[in-house]
Design a protein around this ligand. Structure first.
Ligand SMILES: NC(=O)c1ccc[n+]([C@@H]2O[C@H](COP(=O)([O-])OP(=O)(O)OC[C@H]3O[C@@H](n4cnc5c(N)ncnc54)[C@H](OP(=O)(O)O)[C@@H]3O)[C@@H](O)[C@H]2O)c1
Length: 233
């Protein structure tokens, strides 16, 4: 069997990827997030707000002692306060970093500790963003937390040769996150019209199509070690 732990399975990319993984009866999936809307015999949900960082410590991962592969997928993410720094609320700044970066660091630590003796192929896949490499006005917490997520992946890769670490951006995807972006205040987000046009012109990729590529990556993760964007597959 193959075991997957994935954050944010209630919508968008994570929801579609979870459903694809469950199509294979050999796969077992644990989802972590505030909302459960997937029911399947091979699916267990841990209801948790990643913003409550102390609760992450109480998560118990299964032993999956007969697994051929065990993967942790950092998918949950929040665009954060779309606002220039200086106008953001303290709590929103902290939440964005906790959900996008601190929670993945803590979950990675628990995953590594739990499966250190496992002979399974171990994978940590982070759903990155083009915003990790491009500064976007109004998105300071998102851009910097995603840049941190990329670097977290690289550091774990330096430290653990027995873990395949991937941090791969999905491109512009038609999900609730993009919807939030389109309703931002233009004074706080100068590129608002450009993002509204992506949607109007049909330039957003379908979440299922993107999830199919991540599923392909998880089947043969060693083939995608140098990949930064799913669009390059
Ligand atoms: N859409 C894009 O164009 C795009 C582009 C680049 C990168 N990405 C990245 O792709 C990933 C998936 O995003 P998406 O576009 O599919 O967004 P989405 O549809 O908004 O889904 C976000 C997921 O994250 C979970 N989540 C958010 N806050 C959470 C919290 N506090 N605790 C637990 N779970 C939380 C949500 O679950 P609950 O609300 O149920 O908790 C939801 O399932 C994110 O990491 C995002 O940064 C997306």
């Amino acid at each position: 069997m193959r075991g997957f732990i994935i954050t944010g399975t209630s919508s968008g990319i994570g929801h579609e990827l979870c459903k694809l993984l469950l199509e294979n009866p050999d796969n077992k999936v644990i989802g972590i997030g505030r909302t459960q809307n997937i029911e399947h015999t091979n699916y267990n949900h841990i209801a948790l707000d990643l913003n409550n960082i102390s609760e992450i410590e109480n998560i118990e991962f299964p032993s999956w002692s007969n697994a051929a592969q065990i993967s942790l997928i950092h998918n949950a993410g929040w665009i954060g306060p779309i606002q220039k720094i200086g106008n953001q609320e303290l709590g929103a700044i902290a939440s964005a970093y906790i959900i996008n970066l601190v929670a993945p660091a803590v979950l990675s630590s628990q995953f590594i500790s739990m499966y250190k003796s496992s002979q399974a192929q171990k994978v940590i896949l982070s759903i990155s963003s083009g915003a990790a490499h491009t500064a976007i006005g109004g998105w300071s917490t998102y851009c910097s937390s995603k840049a941190g997520l990329d670097m977290l992946s690289k550091c774990i890769d330096e430290e653990y040769q027995d873990i395949i670490n991937l941090s791969i951006a999905p491109g512009k995807v038609d999900t609730p996150m993009q919807n939030d972006i389109r309703f931002a205040d233009e004074k706080a987000f100068p590129r608002l019209k450009e993002f509204q046009k992506y949607y109007k012109d049909g330039e957003l990729t379908d979440a299922k199509k993107v999830a199919t590529k991540y599923n392909q990556i998880l089947q043969n993760p060693k083939n995608f070690l140098q990949l930064n964007r799913v669009s390059d597959i």
